[in-house]
Design a protein around this ligand. Structure first.
Ligand SMILES: [Zn+2]
Length: 438
């Protein structure tokens, strides 16, 4: 058999249905896809590869999927910390956005975020931000995969004047990326408290026609629920349900406030939850009942949220926090084991985005989105269980090689398609501008 690329490693975690661990195996890649997974000895005997790579001490995993972020907000990392959500939003983030967010800001911020995510083993992210056509372009140029949100919000910004304006711009973006190999487009109405019923209903209808997901913040805080009860006489999730939004196309982000009946309703409708534990902790938003959601059969993916509320875009860190927090919140050390955290950061994210036929696991026929992590460092030795080292001990600097659609986008820890020095210089310039006006 011929292959373009053959990668050998002592451990492969394919994140298949059986949570297998393959020791001393190889992955053969051709035309951007996984051609075979087989023992290295067999691969050496039977496969003639154009390029063969040995990665001793490394574990190979599917590319991590960051199921909720605002990539360009990387330029607001550390601008305003240690503040309650509404103070943080109203007094710092929204004023900075009104003053500074334009296509140049989104381009430079997204490039910094893409660089950070690739270095952390993230191969696909689900974004929600202004000027998404710029995010899409920057991401495609870096060889990265993304689901870019068509943001919808009631109030005017530098990007659009009203909900119809946002939707019109989003539809043009969708049309432009219709058959792109890396970029998909989804609806991203900001939240039930910033988008009224009419545009939400329109999003529902259009998402059905285009067969794309709807990505929205829901039940981020207790105040959001209280305000909805006052203004609409119902909880935000019930309001979305009434508008027909609860179905397998929905990605409900945060969900820190959940009653038993709501968990049952999510499970029954097939809606997905995106858990963002570090953002919820930092903004003291509350605790998503992760173990109960998983027990009920709800598909839960994992996201970092924006870098202004995390403050990094590390999915390795997010997996660890999710697994640890779930134990604390549920009172059970058995809750959300390492393998479940890894599933949330890979296949569950793919499923939530409707991309599980393509990505989320290392299986024959799927896209070759592959991450190699070097476990040969002090804090990941010795290796009893690679999944455990990955979730409970590894950090982003151990991510050494990343392939997306079979193309190498990170080599020996450095991006192959992004100018790192230029990206950092631009970030510093924006930092000086924002600091002067905050
Ligand atoms: Zn968010």
């Amino acid at each position: 058999m011929q292959a373009e690329l053959l990668i050998h490693a002592p451990w492969i975690l394919p994140v298949d249905a059986a949570d297998s661990q393959l020791d001393d195996h190889a992955i053969a890649v051709s035309e951007g896809r996984i051609q075979a997974l087989l023992p290295s000895t067999e691969a050496r005997a039977s496969i003639e590869a154009q390029r063969e790579i040995e990665l001793p001490g490394h574990v190979l995993i599917p590319g991590l999927i960051n199921a909720h972020t605002h990539a360009a907000m990387s330029l607001m990392r550390g601008l305003a910390d240690d503040l309650p959500l509404m103070t943080w939003l109203h007094e710092h983030i929204w004023p900075a956005e009104q003053r500074w967010v334009d296509p140049a800001f989104v381009g430079d911020g997204t490039r910094l975020a893409v660089l950070e995510m690739l270095r952390g083993g993230v191969t696909c992210y689900n974004d929600m931000y202004f000027h998404p056509e710029v995010s899409a372009q920057v991401t495609a140029e870096a060889g990265m995969r993304a689901v870019i949100g068509m943001i919808v919000i009631d109030f005017p910004t530098g990007y659009a004047a009203d909900a119809d304006g946002y939707i019109a711009k989003g539809l043009a973006l969708h049309e432009r990326y219709r058959d792109h190999p890396l970029i998909q487009v989804a609806f991203a109405p900001h939240s039930p408290y910033t988008v009224s019923d009419t545009p939400l209903s329109r999003v529902r209808t259009l998402a059905d026609q285009l067969e794309i997901p709807i990505h929205i913040h829901v039940h981020e805080t207790r105040d959001e629920v209280t305000q909805s009860l006052r203004d609409h006489g119902q909880r935000p999730l019930a309001r979305l349900d009434g508008l027909g939004l609860l179905d397998p196309a929905l990605l409900a982000v945060h969900m820190t406030q959940l009653e038993d009946a709501e968990i049952e309703r999510l499970a029954a409708t097939g809606a997905h939850v995106v858990h963002c534990p570090e953002s919820n902790l930092k903004l003291a938003s509350g605790f998503c009942p992760l173990a109960r959601l998983l027990d009920a059969g709800v598909n839960v993916a994992l996201g970092t949220d924006g870098a202004a509320s995390n403050n990094d875009l590390s999915m390795l860190g997010e997996m660890r926090t999710a697994a640890l927090l779930a134990k604390g919140v549920s009172g059970s050390a058995a809750a959300v084991p390492a393998s479940a955290a890894l599933r949330m950061a890979t296949i569950n994210g793919a499923r939530a985005l409707g991309l599980d036929d393509e990505i989320g696991s290392l299986e024959t026929g799927k896209a070759a989105d592959i991450v190699a992590i070097d476990l040969g460092d002090a804090h990941t030795q010795p290796v009893y269980h690679p999944t455990s080292q990955l979730v409970y001990a590894a950090s982003s600097h151990q991510v050494r090689q990343v392939w997306i659609n079979g193309r190498q986008v990170l080599r020996d820890g450095a991006p192959t398609l992004i100018d790192t020095a230029d990206t950092f210089a631009r970030a510093r310039t924006w930092g000086e501008r924002l600091a002067a006006s905050d």
